[in-house]
Design a protein around this ligand. Sequence first.
Ligand SMILES: Nc1ncnc2c1ncn2[C@@H]1O[C@H](COP(=O)(O)OP(=O)(O)O)[C@@H](O)[C@H]1O
Ligand SMILES: [Mg+2]
Length: 498
Amino acid sequence: MSNVSSQKAFRKNSFDEAKRLIASKYPIVWIESWEEERVEQMLKRVSSSGFSQPLTFSAWSETKGFGTGEKTSIIEALELFISQKESGILLIKDFSWNLAPISLLKRTLRDLFQQAKSSFKTLFLLSAFSDIPEDTLKEIITMDFALPDETDLQTIFEGVLKGSPKVKVVLNDEQRMKLLKGALGLTGDEAKFVFQKMMVGKSELSEDALEIVFEEKARIIKREGLLEYVPTKFTLDDIGGLDNLKDWLKNRSDFFSKEAQAAGLKIPKGVLMTGVSGCGKSLSTQAIAAAWGLPLYRLDMNRVYGGAMGAPEEAFRKAISQIEAVAPAILWLEEIEKGVAGYEQGDKGVTARIFSSFLTWLQEHSSPVFVAATANEINKLPPELLRKGRFDEIFFVDLPSEAERGNIFKVHIAKRNLDATKYVFTDLAKATNNFNGAEIEQVVVSGLVLAFQDGKRELSQDDMFKVAGRMVPLATTMSEQIKEIKRWADTRAVKASR
Ligand SMILES: Nc1ncnc2c1ncn2[C@@H]1O[C@H](COP(=O)(O)OP(=O)(O)O)[C@@H](O)[C@H]1O
Ligand SMILES: [Mg+2]
């Protein structure tokens, strides 16, 4: 895949994208999509209203030819298109390299490419899979077909309603909007299925139908296996310390609101949190979602690269188009250094290509998607990622200071509904030098066990001292690595703590 095609893959509006490709005289465009009907509708619209002069539009399939009752082979169809004088669009449905002897097919496409370059003709190859042999890469550009937006979903919804005349809709405008928004991220067929399911056996469509949409969407997105919806359990109050980071987040809490967008405020693109493990990076990511009131989706890069979800580049593009469709949303990339570990500058491999399209998207996307990335081994990250303009800020999350340790204790004591007045937090903080947040939580948890075993007592300060005295914090055994991380972060990141 060339750079051009990976960049444009993230443009959201398929109508505009198709128009742009036609206007730039790309003769052959590959669209990977299951949504034949929507693709055909979109191209028809482009042909009739995309340009000052309408273009001819024809569609060919193996079973129906041009739909005139006459059988045409794909080679004949392509040759006809080559000889056509007017500007136009030809859509080949279910394109596959088996539709004709492959060498003949490639040759015909090449002829078309040569001839169409100087004319206003564009061939669209539609297939559910992307399968472009190396030796045709030069001639074929790929285009991502965007998932339905709210207007498309409205049309689908109304279509389903028409098919179920007995169902009375008692939704107000706001609920209707929520319902359509709830279906963002689904393909047209999936949305249709969800809307149908919502109406089964119902005489009335009311607010509780929304729940069905949300549930179905969570199920469908989960089945895709790329993005995982993460219900947010934590708020900013669950974070002890990290005050700089918290302030930064609070200051941006309504940047994603309609008002802010209307006022043209620049939406933050993302934040990278690096640093010592167990100090609250993942925790903070979840707190962002709660603080900003946005849904959080986690993308497991290991699964993207693993190949089980399809070719990595396709899987990644799919994930991006899904997250854009559910925007405004937060995209959580956990331990990104794992994903890019194999990355080297100039490397021609898949990792490098995905990574460079990720960088491009990160910098250029205009959809309200905020990326919250975490990294433990920052020195593995390529320098491009850290350049200005990629992330809005890079935070270094250090081992908690003494004061912060006291606050972390407070958080975990409060979480367990214990009486905070019974403990002296400054003393607990002193007794846990070098402990990270996770270890402090462990002190509280193990302390509770100890107290329970010892006659089902309430947790005492002493229980926690005992537990802490027996623990060897990770920072002690890893002091060299931690020093190195700190040295790295000193010049490249902002401290998350005040
Ligand atoms: N600053 C903190 N305040 C409160 N709890 C913390 C803090 N840091 C870590 N913890 C506890 O440790 C757990 C693991 O921390 P996590 O955020 O996963 O660390 P990491 O930085 O490795 O992502 C959290 O779920 C939380 O319970
Ligand atoms: Mg983590």
